[in-house]
Write a protein that binds this ligand. Structure first.
Ligand code: CP
Ligand code: NVA
Length: 305
C-alpha cells in the first residue's frame, strides 16, 4: 500500500509533474472535442464516496471515467455502512480491494488521510474542509489556456480562509506565482500553512490593496458546506469582501476572474463580474472534466512520458 500514489493535496505531485499533467489534460481535451476515442482505463472502476453535495465534481468524475473507458460508482454515507459507523480503515480495505481508484468528498481532511493510509488503490481528495486540489488543477489549466504560464504572476483570493484558499496557497508554491489573500479578521487561512508558504502569500484585511495590479481575482462562497447556520453572521463579516466591477477595475486590464462555483450572486461576487467579459468560470467548470481525466490516468497508469 505504501507504493500507492494518492492525490490528497497539490503537494502530492511535484511542480514538474503538475505541469506535465495539465499539458496532457489540454491535449486530451482537444482530442475529445475532435471525437477521438481514448480508453486507457477500460474495464476499470472508480468508487466515488460523497458525504457532501456536489454537481461539478460528481458529473466530471463520472463522465470522465466513462470517457476513459471505465465505470464510476456513486456511493454516499447515507446508503453505505460508512454512515453507520464502520471504521474508515475497514471501509478502505474492502472498497479498495474491488475497485481501481477511489474519490472522496468529506468533512475532516483526516478522513481522506485515514482512507488513503489503508487503501490498496489511489485515493483522490474531491474536497475536504481543508483542501480542494482537483479544483485547482482545473483552475491552473484554465489560466494556462487563456493567458499562458502563470509563473511570476500575481493572483488574489478574496474571502474565507477555507479549503479553496488553502489550495490556492499550495498552487502559488507549486506553480510559481504570488497569492494575495483578502479576508476579514477572524477568517484567516490556517496559520501553520501561512507560515510554511509565507514567501508565496501576502495577507490583507481589505480588498482594495489586495487586488491592485493583479493578473487574476478569485473568490468563494462566504459559508461553505457544513457552515450553513453561520450564513447570517458571515454575511455581516464579509460584506466588504465582494468582487465587483470596482475591484476588477483595480486589477490589470487583462486580469481574469475565477470562481469554483456554485456562486452566490451579489454576495461574494456581483452578477456583472460573474457574467462579464473577464470571467472564465464556465471554462473553469468544464475543465474539471479534462483535468481529472488526466489525473485519473496519471494515478492509475502513470504520467505520460
Ligand atoms: N466546484 C465544485 O467542486 O463544485 P461542486 O460542489 O458542484 O462539485
Ligand atoms: N468552499 C466551498 C467550495 C465548494 C466547491 C465549500 O466547501 O462548500
Amino acid at each position: 500500500m505504501s507504493n500507492t500514489r494518492h492525490f490528497l493535496t497539490l503537494m502530492d505531485f511535484t511542480s514538474d509533474e503538475l505541469q506535465q499533467l495539465l499539458q496532457h489534460a489540454i491535449e486530451m481535451k482537444k482530442q475529445w472535442k475532435a471525437g477521438t476515442i481514448y480508453e486507457p482505463l477500460k474495464n476499470m472502476t472508480l468508487a466515488m464516496i460523497f458525504e457532501k453535495s456536489s454537481t461539478r465534481t460528481r458529473v466530471s468524475f463520472e463522465a470522465g471515467m466513462n470517457q476513459l473507458g471505465g465505470h464510476a460508482m456513486f456511493l454516499t454515507s447515507r446508503d453505505t455502512q460508512l454512515g453507520r459507523g464502520e471504521p474508515i480503515a475497514d471501509s478502505a480495505r474492502v472498497i479498495s480491494s474491488m475497485v481501481d481508484v477511489v474519490m472522496i468528498r468529506t468533512f475532516g481532511h483526516d478522513i481522506v488521510e485515514d482512507f488513503a493510509a489503508h487503501s490498496g488503490v489511489p485515493v483522490i481528495n474531491a474536497l475536504t474542509d481543508d483542501y480542494h486540489p482537483c479544483q485547482l488543477l482545473a483552475d491552473m489549466m484554465t489560466y494556462k489556456e487563456h493567458r499562458g504560464s502563470i509563473k511570476g504572476k500575481t493572483a488574489t483570493y478574496v474571502g474565507d480562509g477555507n479549503n479553496m484558499c488553502h489550495s490556492w496557497m499550495n498552487a502559488a508554491k507549486q506553480f510559481g506565482f504570488h497569492l494575495n489573500i483578502a479576508c476579514p479578521v477572524g477568517y484567516e487561512p490556517n496559520a501553520t500553512l501561512m507560515e510554511k508558504l509565507k514567501d508565496h502569500v501576502t495577507l490583507f484585511n481589505n480588498i482594495t490593496d489586495a487586488v491592485k495590479d493583479v493578473d487574476l481575482i478569485t473568490t468563494d462562497v462566504w459559508a461553505s458546506m457544513g457552515q450553513e447556520e453561520e450564513q447570517k453572521i458571515r454575511e455581516k463579516a464579509f460584506k466588504d469582501f465582494k468582487v465587483n466591477s470596482a475591484a476588477m477595475a483595480l486589477a490589470n486590464k487583462d486580469a481574469i476572474f475565477m470562481h469554483c462555483l456554485p456562486a452566490h450572486r451579489e454576495e461574494e461576487v456581483s452578477t456583472a463580474v460573474l457574467e462579464g467579459s473577464q470571467s472564465v468560470v464556465w471554462d473553469e467548470a468544464e475543465n474539471r472534466l479534462h483535468a481529472q481525466k488526466a489525473l485519473l490516468e496519471a494515478l492509475v497508469i502513470g504520467l505520460p512520458s
